[in-house]
Design a protein around this ligand. Structure first.
Ligand SMILES: C[S@@+](CC[C@H](N)C(=O)[O-])C[C@H]1O[C@@H](n2cnc3c(N)ncnc32)[C@H](O)[C@@H]1O
Length: 266
C-alpha cells in the first residue's frame, strides 16, 4: 500500500523543474550521480533508458557514456520536465543520441529485450504501482541487461534541529511519495519481476557546513511545502525552517540523507 497519496502530476511543473536545476547541480547530488554512473557502467554503443528522467541531468551524462554509437531514451510523465531535458540535450549537443518520450513508468511501451540498461532515480517512490513499473523495466531489458535504481528511505533524513519531535511531525508521512521507504523492498521486488539482485549500497548526502546552495538547504523549502500540503500547520513548518536556517547561519548545520543504489540483472 502507498504510504501517502501519490504526487499529483502538477507537482512536477516548470517551477519544480527550476528547483531541480539548482538542487541537482549541488556538489552532493553531482557526487551521487558520479557514483551511480560507475555502477551503471554504461559502455559505448549501448542502448539505455532513463525512467522519470526529469530535466535530464543523468540522461545527458549517460548519453556521453554510451557515445555517438549508443542511444538514450528519457521517459517522463511530465511535459514540463521533458521540456527541460530537451533543452539540456540541445545545449550539450546531445539531441542526436537522445529520444525523449512522455509516458508513465507503468506503461513504457518499449520493445521487449531492447535495452542494455534501464535506470530510475528518485522516480519509483512516486509510482503507486511500483511492481508494475519494475516489471515494465525488466521486460525492456535484454538478457544480462542491468536495472539500476536509486531511492531514499525518508526515515533517514535528518537536520540538526534540537526539536526532534517537531522535525518528525513535519517529516513523517508528509512527503508526497507513494513509497517513503522503497529501498527496504527493492530486492524483493526485483526478484518478483524475474531479476537477480546484484549489488546494493548506501550513499549518504552529508553536510556539516551551511550553504544556501546545498542540497539540504534546498530541500527545506520542498519539505516545508509538502508538509503544509499534507496538513502540517503553516506557522509551525515556517518556524521550524527558520530555526534550522538560523542555526546553520550561526555555524551549527547538520544534514544527512541516505540514498540507496540497487542494481539487478536480467
Ligand atoms: C525527483 S524527480 C527525479 C528526476 C530524475 N530522475 C533525476 O534524478 O534527475 C522525479 C521524476 O519522476 C517523474 N515521475 C513521477 N511519477 C512518474 C510516473 N508515474 N511515470 C513517469 N515519470 C514519473 C517526475 O515527473 C519527475 O520528473
Amino acid at each position: 500500500m502507498p504510504d501517502v497519496a501519490p504526487a499529483p502530476p502538477h507537482v512536477f511543473n516548470a517551477s519544480m523543474g527550476a528547483r531541480l536545476e539548482v538542487l541537482y547541480a549541488s556538489p552532493q547530488v553531482v557526487a551521487q550521480r558520479r557514483r551511480f554512473r560507475e555502477l551503471v557502467a554504461a559502455r559505448p554503443g549501448e542502448s539505455g533508458v532513463d525512467v522519470g528522467c526529469g530535466v535530464g541531468h543523468l540522461t545527458c551524462e549517460l548519453a556521453v557514456d554510451v557515445g555517438a554509437d549508443g542511444r538514450m531514451t528519457g521517459i517522463d510523465a511530465s511535459a514540463d520536465m521533458l521540456e527541460g531535458a530537451a533543452a539540456r540535450a540541445r545545449a550539450q549537443g546531445l539531441s542526436g543520441r537522445i529520444t525523449l518520450r512522455r509516458a508513465d513508468a507503468t506503461a513504457l511501451d518499449l520493445p521487449a529485450t531492447s535495452a542494455d540498461f534501464v535506470v530510475a532515480v528518485q522516480t519509483y517512490s512516486y509510482v503507486a504501482d511500483v511492481e508494475a513499473a519494475i516489471a515494465q523495466a525488466a521486460r525492456a531489458l535484454k538478457p544480462g541487461g542491468r536495472l539500476a535504481v536509486l531511492e531514499t528511505d525518508w526515515d533517514l533524513c535528518v537536520y540538526g534541529s534540537p526539536d526532534t519531535a517537531r522535525m518528525r511531525r513535519i517529516f513523517d508521512g508528509r512527503w508526497r511519495f507513494a513509497h517513503s521507504h522503497l529501498p527496504r523492498q527493492l530486492d524483493r521486488m526485483f526478484r518478483d519481476a524475474g531479476l537477480a539482485p546484484a549489488h546494493a549500497e548506501a550513499f549518504p548526502l552529508l553536510e556539516t557546513r551551511y550553504d544556501p546552495a546545498s542540497f539540504g538547504a534546498g530541500m527545506l523549502a520542498i519539505g516545508r511545502n509538502a508538509a503544509v500540503r499534507h496538513g502540517v500547520d503553516r506557522a509551525e513548518a515556517d518556524a521550524w525552517v527558520a530555526e534550522v536556517v538560523a542555526r546553520g547561519e550561526r555555524g551549527d548545520w547538520f544534514f544527512c540523507l541516505n540514498r540507496f543504489l540497487h542494481v539487478a540483472t536480467r
